[in-house]
Design a protein around this ligand. Structure first.
Ligand code: SF4
Length: 318
């Protein structure tokens, strides 16, 4: 039995009503060759550090129908997370509630509203979410750090994807479409354009700005975000933290598109008064009980109490 065509305009309108600031649809085709090669090379270089899950299921990551058999359409969604005020010791994205939960709930709502069959993913499955965001035209890659920047909102967005079984009546293409790049055919292929993110750097990364930003992508081993959030065990000798002890916003803020970021009206992404009140001295005396209260339902719990205490001990600021 063939499924009814997905009405692209209706999906986008409903996504807006659910608080998403951008929504785009792409055919669920294999990831473009240049991008896939670049991802494999990034793994070979060891830039994923000990995030072994990035090495697993590589083919699934590059071919959507291996992850969800029968998938026809990928709906990319973005939600603005820029808080009105923030606790300066914590990365901007982690000031409020855990985005996984917030986005997943809204995406399930969207699937129910539209009677979509398929699955939704928020950073928890082998999905190249920035590629799909770019591919479905909801944003462009930023100059530094390879973030996705959504016009009018900048790079302070969370991304999520619906893998849907229905074909859509209309598909979107990249916003910055290179001349000669086939976006409506069966498969995107390489082009030789120096600005084409499929074949060259995702962005002109600059090691002089941060040693983690290399010509072949972000080297997680040198990145404060990776070390303070994902890494277990002691921090490397001599590793320096900046203003934040959980995550790092330097390259996010350094992008020209950051000027487009403006506060979200989503209450879930605002920090609590208790978090805002924490001072450097308070952080240095953080107890387990405080940690549990401050970060109930927060993505910061990923680092665990031990990880935060480890980070705070190495924190340079202020
Ligand atoms: S998050 Fe910080 S440490 Fe990581 S690449 Fe960006 S500026 Fe460098």
């Amino acid at each position: 039995m063939s499924l009814a065509l997905l009405n692209s305009s209706e999906v986008k309108a409903r996504a807006r009503r659910l608080g998403f600031v951008a929504c785009g649809l792409a055919k669920a085709e294999p990831v473009a060759v240049g991008f896939a090669d670049r991802y494999r090379r990034w793994l070979e270089l060891g830039y994923c550090a000990d995030m072994d899950y990035l090495r697993r299921n590589v083919e699934m990551r590059l071919q959507p129908d291996l992850l969800v058999p029968g998938v026809r359409t990928i709906v990319s969604l973005a939600m603005n997370f820029m808080p009105e005020r923030h606790q300066p010791a914590i990365s901007l994205y982690a000031q409020g509630k855990d985005y996984h939960d917030v986005l997943r709930d809204r995406m399930r709502q969207l699937m129910d509203d539209m009677q979509l069959s398929g699955r939704c993913f928020v950073d928890t499955a082998p999905v190249l979410e920035r590629y799909w965001a770019w591919r479905s035209g909801i944003g462009t890659f930023t100059e530094r750090g390879g973030f996705i920047s959504v016009p009018g909102y900048g790079p302070t967005v969370f991304l999520g994807e619906l893998f849907v079984m229905q074909e859509a009546d209309r598909y979107d293409g990249p916003l910055e479409q290179e001349e000669g790049l086939e976006v409506s055919g069966e498969r995107l292929e390489d082009t030789s354009s120096p600005n084409n993110p499929l074949t060259t750097n995702l962005s002109p990364l600059t090691p002089s700005f941060c040693p983690a930003l290399t010509a072949e992508g972000l080297d997680a081993r040198r990145c404060v975000s990776y070390q303070t959030i994902e890494h277990r065990g002691p921090l490397p000798d001599g590793f320096r933290l900046g203003q934040t002890f959980y995550g790092c916003d330097r390259c996010l803020r350094a992008n020209p598109q950051f000027a487009e970021a403006h506060p979200t009206d989503e209450p879930a992404f605002q920090p609590s008064e208790a978090l805002l009140k924490m001072t450097p001295d308070d952080w240095r005396q953080l107890t387990v009980e405080q940690y549990r209260t401050l970060f109930k339902g927060s993505a910061v719990k990923r680092a665990k109490y031990e990880g935060l205490v480890r980070n705070i001990a190495r924190w340079q600021k202020p």
